[in-house]
Design a protein around this ligand. Structure first.
Ligand SMILES: [Zn+2]
Length: 76
C-alpha cells in the first residue's frame, strides 16, 4: 500500500522529549555534597540519590548491590 499526495508538516509532529524522573529538589545523598542527583540507585533496603560525580566514583560496587538504577546522566 502506498499513500500518494499525503504529506506531513514536520512542525505538526510531536517531538519526543525525554522526561526526567528525578526532580531538581532531589539532591546527592553523599556526605555534604548536595549537588543535583542524576542517579537513583535502588536497593532492596532503600534508595540512594547521587550526583554524577559520586556515582562515577564507584559505579560497580553500587550496581552489584542494586535492584534498579535510574540513570539520568544524559541530562547533566
Ligand atoms: Zn554528590
Amino acid at each position: 500500500m502506498s499513500v500518494v499526495g499525503w504529506t506531513v508538516d514536520p512542525a505538526s509532529v510531536p517531538v519526543e522529549v525525554p522526561r526526567r524522573i528525578l526532580k531538581a529538589t532531589d539532591r546527592c545523598d553523599k556526605g555534604e555534597c548536595a549537588a543535583a542527583a542524576f542517579h537513583r540507585v535502588i536497593f532492596s533496603s532503600g534508595a540512594l540519590d547521587l550526583c554524577n560525580h559520586h556515582f562515577e566514583a564507584a559505579p560497580d560496587s553500587l550496581l552489584t548491590k542494586a535492584v534498579y538504577h535510574i540513570d539520568e546522566s544524559w541530562a547533566v
